[in-house]
Design a protein around this ligand. Structure first.
Ligand code: 1SD
Ligand code: ZN
Length: 266
């Protein structure tokens, strides 16, 4: 029954531990970030991001979120699309990005800041291709993944997001996928790259404790209309009779268990 997890009453985050006992592990994500308790680390370099326009990517509905996947062919993999610096020992390659969001209102993020939730959270998932030979191998290693988290809040429209929201009608159902070309995730980043970092996990089953989290402090603005388009997606496949809007696909904050959150800024 390993694939039966979701965000509903029966199969939601509070029941994940039954199939995935690591849900109660020592470095689970997300967390509430308490800015007062974060430790400024003057030895933390800035992060640097090099994202190119990957020509062949696709966008899909995996039944839990909408995901933009990069092509893994040699040509695309040779392009330098990486995050480096900050807490990372080497360059981590971008694999995919996806979002978590709420229903109407201002909850939906996974990480919270001093208890504050945001409307949505973007995750750019990278893997340590310098050390591991595949994403799957990296995903189970303590230093295998680096996920960059960006908060979204309601305000002016974010032009760069339209290319994504305009494609969502194509991936309304779970299991659907369509081409998504020439998109550069740079257009979804805030101007400041100030961040918090801590050791954590995937926020969805299998909840592997393999993620170095890098959460940007500055949110980006998106319009209510743009967020509304995410909520037209469905958790269900076309064959299923049930139709449940894809929303509230976030895991709530998990216990810190003695971990230190470091800040790149004073
Ligand atoms: O939710 C994603 C999940 O879709 C998958 O991409 C996984 C990586 O294989 O990462 C999680 S998350 O921890 O980035 N939320
Ligand atoms: Zn995520």
């Amino acid at each position: 029954t390993g694939n039966q997890w979701g965000y509903g009453e029966e199969d939601g985050p509070s029941s994940w531990y039954k199939d995935y006992p690591i849900a109660e592990g020592a470095r689970q994500s997300p967390i509430n970030i308490a800015p007062e308790e974060a430790v400024y680390d003057h030895g933390l370099p800035p992060i640097s991001l090099h994202y190119d326009n990957c020509t062949s990517t696709n966008i899909s509905n995996n039944g839990h979120s909408v995901v933009v996947d990069r092509c893994e062919c040699d040509r695309c993999s040779s392009l330098l699309t990486v995050i480096q610096g900050g807490p990372l020992e080497n360059a981590y390659r971008l694999k995919q990005f996806h979002f978590h969001w709420g229903g109407k209102g201002c909850h939906g993020s996974e990480h919270t800041v001093a208890g504050k939730t945001y409307t949505s959270e973007l995750h750019l998932v990278h893997w340590n291709a310098a050390k591991y030979s595949s994403f799957a191998e990296a995903a189970v290693a303590p230093d295998g993944l680096a996920v960059l988290g960006v908060f979204l809040e309601i305000g002016d429209e974010r032009g760069g997001l339209n290319k994504i929201t305009d494609s969502l009608y194509m991936v309304k159902f779970k299991g659907t996928v369509t081409d998504f070309r020439d998109f550069n995730p740079n257009c979804l980043l805030p101007s400041s790259l100030k961040y918090w970092t801590y050791p954590g996990s995937l926020t969805t089953p299998p909840l592997y404790e393999s993620v170095t989290w890098i959460v940007l402090t500055e949110p980006i603005c998106v319009s209510e209309k743009q967020m509304g388009k995410f909520r037209t997606l469905l958790f269900n496949s076309e064959e299923e009779e049930q139709r449940t809007r894809m929303e509230n696909n976030f895991r709530p904050p998990q216990p810190l268990k003695g971990r230190t959150v470091r800040a790149s800024f004073k």
